[in-house]
Design a protein around this ligand. Structure first.
Ligand code: SF4
Length: 405
């Protein structure tokens, strides 16, 4: 089932190729896990620090950005990860680590914070084959998420986000992650659900430079028959089974389908016991436009301090219809439970990402205004499809296979 969402009623995030909150830096291709659904060939290959600096300089030349997602591979495999964080900080941008957390400990986290780290996005899900965490449900994986969230909170001042890939057999469990995140809203600032994708081999032929290529060589080609078309609307429908009011406010559309939600953003208010309500499109518009007006770029990663000011936002942003509803709901609740007035109200964002969709006629519906662009050969490239450029020199074209004669 798909949630009934009208993109024209939500805020279209203003992000584009040249002006975007984020860039995606890949200092290493090595990872210490082999997650199901990974988009990158896992090889022991680190970029020397000068090359990493070269990528940062190229980003700065091509794109206006607020934050750098330091990804990979797993960036903690890079021997100079602390120095990389320092380099990002030195250029006046926010350094965010995208990691599975396997190599993280409190001491290293302290060092990274000293180097200027602003936040971490942990990839944790039940299909990663983590030692000690195999064959667990997403609800059971929440125990590991809590360990990471506690570690980050103990250092203080760092944004903490969690990514998980959504497969057809774990879609049902997404809501267990959302519920856990709501209970830990003081420590968990963002939750991201990424629908699983692969390159289908049965239905399409692939071409590079006019020549047919073997897509089976690419790490994200279809290895087993399973759904690779889960939509953001489906994820929202699942989340609404337990949180019926769940209300997205902003989005990025697809390059081929303006009404597809490639990035779908929701922001909610809560105190760890109850979700009081949601932010509406006008609020997000004001935040993005206001930040751009003041800082000259779009906002990536709000600080934990700002997200902890939920009550002030509820009181001061009544011009946003959904915040008005949230404020009303909060007032009703604290009138009945006056002791809850002492609890801080936090804000938390929930993102649903629907990566590439290959349409029946072969067109590729990408994220319009892709935030996760990386660098290849001095050019911006979709990080989710970098292997194609590496292997075939360009992004491949797809066409439907002709019917058997
Ligand atoms: S186009 Fe690919 S790399 Fe860019 S945001 Fe979408 S899924 Fe991520």
């Amino acid at each position: 089932m798909e949630a009934n969402l009208d993109h024209r009623k939500l805020y279209r995030l203003p992000w584009n190729l040249a002006d975007n909150p984020i860039v995606w830096l890949e200092p290493t291709q090595q990872c210490n896990l082999a997650c199901d659904g990974c988009y990158r060939q896992n090889v022991r290959e680190h970029k020397p620090i000068d090359e990493v600096q070269g990528d940062l300089d190229t980003f700065a030349r091509l794109r206006n950005f607020d934050g750098v997602s330091i990804a990979g591979g797993d960036p903690l495999c890079h021997p100079d990860v602390v120095q990389i964080v320092e380099r990002v900080t030195k250029m006046g941008r926010k350094a965010i680590l995208n990691t599975n957390g396997l190599d993280l400990n409190r001491e290293l986290l302290g060092e990274l914070k000293k180097a200027g780290l602003v936040g971490l996005t942990f990839h944790v899900d039940s299909r990663q084959g983590r030692p000690g965490w195999r064959n667990k449900t997403e609800a059971q994986m929440n125990e590991l998420r809590s360990e990471f969230a506690e570690m980050v909170a103990s250092v203080g001042g760092l944004a903490c986000a969690f990514n998980s890939t959504v497969y057809e057999d774990t879609l049902e469990q997404s809501v267990d992650i959302l519920e856990w995140a709501g209970k830990n809203i003081d420590k968990v600032h963002t939750v991201v659900f990424i629908a699983y994708r692969n390159a289908a081999l049965d239905n399409f032929e692939y071409y590079a430079g006019g020549k047919r290529i073997d897509m089976g060589e690419v790490v994200y080609s279809e290895k087993e028959k399973r759904r690779a078309d889960i939509s953001s609307r489906e994820v929202v429908a699942k989340l609404r089974e337990r949180f019926p009011d769940f209300s997205p406010c902003a989005y990025l559309n697809g390059t081929e389908q303006p009404d597809s939600f490639k990035w779908l953003m929701t922001m909610r208010f809560g105190d760890g016991q109850r979700i009081h309500g949601y932010v509406g499109p006008r609020f997000i518009e004001a935040v993005q436009a206001g930040y751009h007006l003041v800082k000259g770029r779009y906002l990536a990663y709000s600080s934990p301090g700002a997200l902890g000011m939920g009550r002030s936002v509820l009181a001061s942003s009544l011009w946003d219809g959904q915040i008005r509803d949230a404020a009303r709901s909060y007032l009703g609740w604290v009138t009945a439970h006056p002791r809850d007035l002492l609890k801080p109200v936090h804000m938390q964002s929930v993102l649903v990402i629907q990566p590439i969709d290959v349409l029946a006629d072969g067109r590729q519906n990408m994220c319009d205004g892709c935030p996760d662009m990386t660098i290849h050969d001095g050019r911006l490239a979709w990080s989710c499809r970098l292997e194609e450029v590496k292997q075939f020199g360009q992004f491949v074209a797809s066409t439907p296979k002709p019917p058997p004669s």
